[in-house]
Design a protein around this ligand. Structure first.
Ligand code: ADP
Ligand code: MG
Length: 622
């Protein structure tokens, strides 16, 4: 028997380990199972190199919970340790790395993942830890190590045993939550479900029919294996079918709808990264979703908070990223400025853009069908990443009200002839509510204009962005002006009214409307156009949309948004009719009626005004 003192400055490190990030206590199990897996993988490597002879046998890792004796055991059949190795790796290295880790991160408040605490994280839940180990090396004897949470350990020769290591945790008061089968199984499923070595936790009953058509079943007791050792992202894309990708998706997110498509990532230079990114259905909303990308490190689950690792707009994707090259012991802000992470970021962005571009080029029709589900991600990417914009410009689509899709370039070509105004600005028209803006859309399409459907949440930002990127392009909602004035041309029509008559019409409407902030203008339009229209200036409206989107409560904007213009078509026959009306009361009624019709068209007539309108209509008909 040999006694020793773990060489540390701190009088007792274990209380510190226990206090350290209490909320992350559960990672002890991940650390111990990963050590068992490392030991198993190392043994396989040695066998491949011819340094271990003979059959390795079954290499299953087993986790056993003994609630009565309050122990949790992690057993592997890996390479084991000699006495010297226990000294070196447990007493010296493991301990000093645990100490170093604590010193380094005691002030960091956001540490993602805690690789590095390693073996000693066992003391977060255990009062005493034992190691029984037998090295694969010839002539090595079994070793027993134990430590009760003070700085003293005991090493003795162990009982003869098979190759491998058992780590026994004597769970104390701090870890009593873990003396529970369901809890351990949950943690194993969370952190270890895709580890490359079988992990057994207890047994399971399995019913197997006795014969082909027999109703009788035979019950077998089988090992309860926690993990899938061959997760799809670790396999070669060439051996995977669509069904495999979809069933792996279901394994990750059992309750989600099937994905639209996916990208299999496989990089080994200049960094190591594998994974599968899935495009989920997004139906145009940026709602906070609960399904996220999972980050793994060599098949061990680390976190599903990948905000710092993938670009913001790609956090909308689902799936798995696995990389040993992401520094996990640093704070989120340090992670964002880490050069390695930046490279990974760039690579993923490029892969996503390439995939989308490939789909667009190879199957445009299919791409258009998916557009409504993927547009939000693409627009978000365009807004947040210039490099992505450069790539996405080629496949970002705009849809018109008739369901036809244009790329940005195609749209410019298609609208150049009719929609260039007298200053050479190309005016693009859009609607964000086809029903409400129906008559405005009709008026514009009748002139041969394209009206785009831009009705998602981020479209206000998106069109602002396009205006800043494209030369001389301006977006206007169809109701920003009358169809004639949306795109101002030289060749305006002339009014059939005299100046005096126009003043009279203007006064009539101004007095009827009785709202100081509403301006009335007369415009010479075609007699076929509407007699009177309400328009909302593009600039103010969009400012308000953007403010609302960014969650700003701009009080003064509220008032502005109610601003609108009333445009009277001086060439419409009904306007002449109103002018000629001799009965002053009737003239007022007609004016009011026309104004209300215009309000109705914008869905702005309600309450008492609507009731009055209906009563007046009945009177006019009668
Ligand atoms: P790390 O895994 O990062 O090296 P740990 O503190 O988790 O740090 O483990 C320290 C060392 O102890 C390991 O590198 C390994 O040499 C040894 N070790 C731990 N667990 C086992 C095990 N189950 N079998 C063999 N060696 C082990
Ligand atoms: Mg470890």
């Amino acid at each position: 028997m040999e006694r020793g003192t773990i060489n540390v400055q701190t009088e007792n490190i274990f209380p510190i380990i226990k206090r350290y990030l209490y909320s992350d206590q559960e990672i002890f199990l991940r650390e111990l199972v990963s050590n068992a897996m490392d030991a198993t993988q190392k043994l396989k490597t040695l066998a491949r190199l011819g340094k271990v002879q003979g059959d390795l046998g079954d290499l299953m890792i087993e986790v056993k919970l003994d609630e009565e004796n309050k122990t949790l055991t992690i057993s592997d059949k890996g390479l084991g340790m000699t006495k010297e190795e226990v000294h070196k790796y447990i007493n010296q290295i493991a301990f000093s790395s645990a100490q170093e880790f604590l010193e380094k991160y005691k002030d960091a408040d956001t540490v993602i993942g805690h690789f590095g605490l390693g073996f000693y994280s066992a003391f977060m839940v255990a009062d005493k830890v034992e190691i029984h180990t037998q090295s694969y090396q010839e002539g090595a004897t079994a070793v027993h190590w134990s430590c009760d949470g003070s700085t003293e350990y005991v090493i003795t020769d162990g009982e003869a045993r098979d190759r491998g290591t058992d780590i026994i945790l004597h769970v104390g008061e701090d870890g009593k939550d873990y003396l529970n089968n369901a809890k351990i199984e949950e943690l194993l499923k969370k952190y270890c479900r895709f580890l490359p070595v079988d992990i057994k936790f207890g047994t399971q009953e399995q019913n197997i029919p006795k014969g082909d058509d027999s109703e009788e079943v035979e019950t077998f007791t089988v090992d309860n294996i926690i993990n899938n050792t061959q997760p799809a992202w670790k396999r070669s894309p060439s051996e995977l079918k669509d069904e495999d990708y979809i069933s792996f998706y279901r394994e990750l997110y059992p309750y989600a709808e099937p994905p639209l498509f996916w990208i299999h990532l496989n990089v080994d230079f200049p960094f190591n990264l594998t994974g599968i990114l899935y495009f989920p259905k997004m139906d145009n909303s940026l709602e906070i979703r609960k399904d996220r990308i999972h980050l793994y490190c060599n098949q061990v689950f680390v976190t599903d908070h990948v905000e710092a690792i993938v670009p913001d707009f790609l956090t909308l994707l689902h799936g798995v990223i696995d990389s040993p090259d992401i520094p996990l012991n640093v704070s989120r802000s340090a992670l964002q400025s880490d050069p390695e992470v930046k490279k990974i970021n760039k690579h993923i962005t490029k892969k996503v853009a390439d995939k989308l571009n490939g789909m667009f080029k190879n199957d445009r029709e299919g791409f258009e069908k998916k557009w409504s589900d993927i547009s939000i991600l693409i627009k978000y990417g365009i807004l947040s990443d210039d490099k992505f914009y450069e790539r996405a410009e080629k496949f970002c689509l705009l849809e018109n009200t008739k369901g036809k899709f244009f790329t940005i370039q195609e749209l410019q070509e298609a609208t150049k002839a009719l929609q260039t105004d007298k200053n050479g600005t190309l005016v693009q028209l859009y609607t964000n509510d086809e029903k409400a803006q129906h008559s405005y859309i009709e008026a514009s399409t009748a002139k041969g204009y394209e009206v785009l459907k831009l009705n998602t949440l981020i479209d206000a930002h998106f069109i602002n962005h396009l205006e800043s990127k494209l030369q001389q392009v301006q977006f206007k909602r169809v109701d920003a002006n009358t169809a004639d004035k949306l795109i101002e041309k030289e060749d305006a029509l002339t009014s059939v009214l005299t100046e005096e008559q126009e003043t009279k019409v203007k006064d009539l409407f101004t007095n009827t409307i009785d709202n100081k902030s509403v301006g009335v203008t007369l415009e010479a339009m075609s007699p076929e156009d509407k007699p009177i229209m309400i328009t909302k200036p593009e600039f103010l409206r969009r400012m308000k949309d953007m403010a609302a989107l960014s969650g700003q409560n701009m009080g003064y904007m509220q008032g502005m948004s109610d601003m609108y213009n009333v445009t009277v078509n001086s060439n419409h026959p009904i306007i002449s009719k109103v002018l000629e009306e001799g009965d002053e009361a009737k003239q007022k009624d007609l004016t009011k009626q026309l104004y209300d019709l215009a309000l109705l068209q914008q869905n702005m007539l309600s309450g008492e005004d609507l009731t009055n309108f209906i009563n007046r209509s009945v009177n006019l008909i009668g």
